[in-house]
Ligand binder design. Structure first.
Ligand SMILES: Nc1ncnc2c1ncn2[C@@H]1O[C@H](COP(=O)(O)OP(=O)(O)OP(=O)(O)O)[C@@H](O)[C@H]1O
Length: 272
């Protein structure tokens, strides 16, 4: 379980980018973080994995305080936080398997890391996860030979190799075509439930947030102004979050069964 309380972040002496944020996310739960550009979505994820230092407040993962950690304790805690990135962050010249095993770097010793001699159990787990996301047949291919959707699956598996207690995804579908985006969202949703993982997804595409997550958190200027179920995410909530930018009505009526429509997605992504 993730418990964020009174989280505030200021960069230097600038105004707060996150202000007094409270958020609790249980295992299994997929939460979309939406908000206009600059609302503080990435800063929030980066505070959780401590790539950004929170100014004040508390972030607990399964009861352990993350904000005060330093050195080795921080490195150990970071292993428990899986990250999925918009640009996949793979090493192109390495194989899929090598990229995936990089998820174990926080666990193996220096010799194993440098020589890339991973324990057999790690290799077995990597294969099992690659099979789960249906790309095991690409294990020995170079990462740059894969399509965007396949690369993102590698990114997801690498994060899962960390045996994370939470998965953070920063715009995981923004570089993908609409159909592939939906597959990745569905995959994240299934994995959250199979692995009892809380998953936080920063996402600009409101239609996908509504279709593939069970809770939406809306940020505006660093404050949480919506926290509720997708069905309660009305046009008023959308307008409040996006500051009067007129949202097309059809963004609000999508369901997982029908899937987001091309038009709605285009507007959501381009407008926000
Ligand atoms: N390292 C930094 N130093 C100073 N200001 C920063 C830094 N990183 C982010 N900011 C500022 O913090 C605010 C929030 O940025 P953040 O990237 O968290 O927003 P976001 O909601 O993720 O936006 P986007 O959707 O465009 O990625 C912005 O005003 C940004 O300029």
């Amino acid at each position: 379980m993730l418990e964020i309380s009174n989280l505030t972040k200021r960069y230097g002496s600038d105004a707060a980018v996150l202000e007094d944020l409270d958020l609790t996310v249980e295992g299994n739960s997929v939460v979309a973080i939406v908000g206009a550009s600059g609302a503080g979505k990435s800063t929030m994820l980066r505070c959780i994995n401590r790539l950004v230092e929170p100014t004040s407040g508390s972030i607990k993962l399964n009861g352990s305080e993350l904000v005060t950690l330093k050195g080795a304790a921080l490195r150990q805690a970071r292993r428990k936080i899986g990250m999925v990135f918009q640009g996949f962050n793979l090493i192109d010249r390495l194989t899929v398997m090598e990229n995936v095993l990089a998820g174990r770097l926080g666990y193996v010793n220096l010799y194993q890391a440098v020589t890339r001699r991973y324990p057999q159990a790690d290799i077995d787990r990597a294969f099992a996860l690659l099979e789960r996301v249906e790309i095991a047949h690409y294990a020995n291919k170079r990462a740059d030979a894969l399509s965007g959707g396949e690369r993102q699956r590698v990114g997801v598996v690498r994060a899962l190799m960390q045996e994370p207690e939470i998965l953070l995804a920063d715009e995981p579908t923004a570089s993908l075509d609409p159909r592939t985006s939906e597959q990745i969202m569905r995959l994240l949703q299934s994995l959250a439930s199979e692995m009892s993982l809380p998953v936080l997804i920063n996402i600009h595409n409101v239609a996908q947030a509504k279709a593939y997550t069970e809770r939406i958190v809306g940020l505006r200027h660093g404050k949480m102004i919506f926290d509720g179920a997708p069905e309660d995410f009305t046009k008023e909530a959308l307008d409040a979050i996006y500051g009067g930018i007129e949202a097309p009505d059809d963004q609000l009526i999508e369901t997982p069964a029908s899937g987001p429509r091309q038009g709605a997605r285009g507007v959501a992504h381009d407008s926000f």
